[in-house]
Ligand binder design. Structure first.
Ligand SMILES: [Zn+2]
Length: 218
């Protein structure tokens, strides 16, 4: 896919997320897409509302800007995006939000259990873990993200302690769907906690969901 097509898809992702209800009142959102094995394209404005086809920069996996102008707010978060592409070959897109209910778990330093079927559809059968706090993009924060990725190559998101959530997928559209599923799971967990709490899936649920998806596509 050309860089221009990736940027177009990322702008489509921005619009899809803006039109959902997973954002905070500030609409805080940053997003990037893999351009090659060693580079990614990232929106270069602190506010995603200001992004257009000429506001994306090309960055390498050491978080060095190869092409484009990056504003100071974006410069802080390059390492956070680079960490995902570097440690997870399958990641094609990274999305960061402060989605309210996922962020409630991040503030409480509590992982989001995988008890919501939509999570299983994306292969997220383990809890969404919490990465240790550090100022955004700092060594401490990035180390926390990397540790979570190394522990479980199937994870689709990481909660950033006292901050928000980082989501990644094998395509740009899939990444939006995962961001919705994680926020919905967090919302349902909080609601279920007032009526006795969520209950785990039975053994083999992930395989059963995968078989069901495959059957429908045959
Ligand atoms: Zn943030």
């Amino acid at each position: 896919m050309s860089n221009q097509s990736i940027v177009k898809e990322l702008l489509g992702l921005r619009d899809r997320v803006f039109n959902s209800s997973i954002l905070t009142p500030s609409k805080h959102l940053n997003l990037s897409g893999r351009a090659s094995d060693t580079t990614f394209l990232i929106g270069t404005r602190g506010s995603a509302v200001d992004l257009n086809e000429s506001t994306f920069a090309l960055v390498n996996l050491d978080a060095e800007v190869i092409e484009g102008d990056v504003d100071p707010t974006t410069s802080e978060i390059l390492t956070m995006h680079a960490a995902v592409y570097k440690n997870l070959n399958s990641a094609k897109c990274v999305l960061h939000t402060h989605s309210p209910n996922a962020t409630a778990f991040a503030l409480a330093h509590k992982e989001i259990p995988s008890r919501y079927e939509a999570l299983l559809r994306f292969g997220q059968a383990s809890p969404v873990p919490v990465a240790q706090w550090g100022p955004r993009g700092s060594k401490e924060s990035v180390e926390g993200i990397e540790q979570a990725l190394v522990k479980d190559e199937n994870i689709k998101g990481v909660l950033l302690a006292n901050h928000g959530v980082l989501v990644f997928g094998s395509s740009i559209p899939e990444t939006a769907s995962i961001a919705f599923a994680i926020e919905e799971a967090a919302t349902a967990e909080l609601a279920a906690s007032s009526i006795g709490g969520g209950v785990d899936f039975p053994e083999g649920a992930l395989d059963a969901v995968r078989e069901s998806i495959a059957r429908a596509r045959r």
